[in-house]
Design a protein around this ligand. Structure first.
Ligand code: SF4
Length: 311
């Protein structure tokens, strides 16, 4: 067996910042620190923080008045901030700056009188947060078929935005169809799919050419991880999205495959290393790391914490 280890893989700058933020908040303020939704969509990260005293909630009303509440990397709607302020919570905002950028674009377009087509997945935390920026001015578009049912005409001022973790190819197809139906539609100069999503997809696309099987480390509710497995399957390669080495099924391998291993932006490197160890032990696998692109993106802690850390 030969393993091709994809690089870049795993944690992106937004996830690193969100994890540092929660660790710092627990250190500064003690437990419990409440977190609105999963800090990042990864079971191992969430379990680890639960053991360390973080409490994940789905509604601000679940948080006792005056407590510390952290907003996850996926961002929140203004309504969540309003209710947090009303309950006098000490809010810490770990929204990824690349998600905030989409929020600001949504506000800008809505203020200028545009109706926005948000290309994304219904129910995803990021989509809920972005739609909340201008609820009356945003319509969710999930696929090309949705574009054909949109109730707008050639004179309507329209704009599009995208969720940060989409498939680059799917988003391009939907944008192309939007432009075809509504030539007047405007959008950001570059689409909103973030660098980490694009780089991990590019690596899987290139490495899949030499692969029999692709293993993607990540949780089932991680959008960018799902897209990596889909991308491999679209190229006719068997792909499995798994949370860790314990989910590897021996029926997937005979032992002489070329296996690409990658990880979604919220999956820790430890789970990648566990898989490498298992495949080496079980099949005597050799490993080659293939670096497709270097990443040097870094986001500082949220300003609420920078002041507290320095103080
Ligand atoms: S995947 Fe992209 S948008 Fe999401 S947290 Fe990471 S860098 Fe930010």
């Amino acid at each position: 067996m030969k393993i091709l280890l994809a690089s870049p893989r795993g944690f992106c700058a937004g996830v690193n910042m969100a994890i540092d933020t929660l660790e710092t908040a627990i250190r500064l303020y003690g437990t419990p620190v409440y977190v609105f939704h999963e800090i990042v969509h990864n079971k191992h990260v969430v379990d680890r923080f639960e053991r360390a005293g973080a409490v994940f909630v789905n509604a601000v009303e679940e948080v006792p008045e005056g407590a510390v509440l952290l907003f996850s990397a996926h961002g929140v709607a203004p309504e969540v901030r309003r209710v947090s302020a009303e309950r006098r919570l000490q809010a810490i905002d770990a929204t990824c700056p690349l998600v905030t950028k989409v929020h600001l674009e949504a506000i800008k377009y809505a203020k200028a009188g545009y109706h926005i087509m948000l290309i994304g997945h219904e129910g995803h935390d990021e989509v809920i947060g972005t739609m909340g920026q201008a609820p009356a001015s945003i319509t969710l578009v999930e696929d090309v078929d949705d574009v054909d049912t949109l109730p707008f005409g050639p004179a309507d001022p329209l704009a599009y935005l995208t969720q940060t973790t989409l498939s680059v190819d799917d988003a391009s197809r939907i944008i192309a169809r939007l432009k075809e139906r509504f030539p007047q539609i405007v959008g950001p100069p570059k689409d909103d799919i973030c660098y980490a999503t694009q780089n991990r997809q590019e690596a899987v696309r290139l490495l899949s050419e030499d692969a029999d099987v692709v293993l993607v480390l990540g949780s089932q509710n991680s959008s960018n991880s799902q897209r990596l497995a889909e991308l491999a399957r679209e190229q006719g390669i068997r792909a499995h999205l798994i949370d860790g080495a314990d989910e590897i099924d021996p029926a997937w391998f005979t032992g002489d495959e070329t296996v690409v291993i990658t990880a979604g932006a919220s999956a820790p490197e430890s789970v990648v290393q566990d898989c490498l160890t298992l495949l080496r032990d079980r099949y005597g696998a050799t490993m080659e790391e293939r670096v497709i692109r270097e990443e040097e993106v870094y986001f500082p802690l949220p300003k609420e914490l920078r002041a507290a850390v320095q103080g």
